[in-house]
Write a protein that binds this ligand. Structure first.
Ligand SMILES: [Zn+2]
Length: 63
């Protein structure tokens, strides 16, 4: 079960292939190579990475 690395919520919606959205803190998550990548959606619709905010251990996605 995927949980948000930012807020630990499990209230995650699937928005695409390997793409998820956290309804609790409103960030986008994508999973690739066993890691969760985190993105914030900016006002202009672009994505900025939040990965620098988390340790690799927090972003590791274990199936
Ligand atoms: Zn969250």
């Amino acid at each position: 079960m995927l949980s948000c690395p930012n807020c630990n919520s499990k209230d995650i919606g699937k928005i695409g292939i390997n793409q998820y959205y956290c309804w609790n803190c409103y960030i986008e998550l994508s999973v690739s190579h066993g890691m969760i990548n985190t993105h914030q959606v900016e006002e202009d619709g672009s994505l900025s990475s939040l990965d620098d905010l988390f340790d690799e251990d927090e972003r590791r996605y274990i199936l």
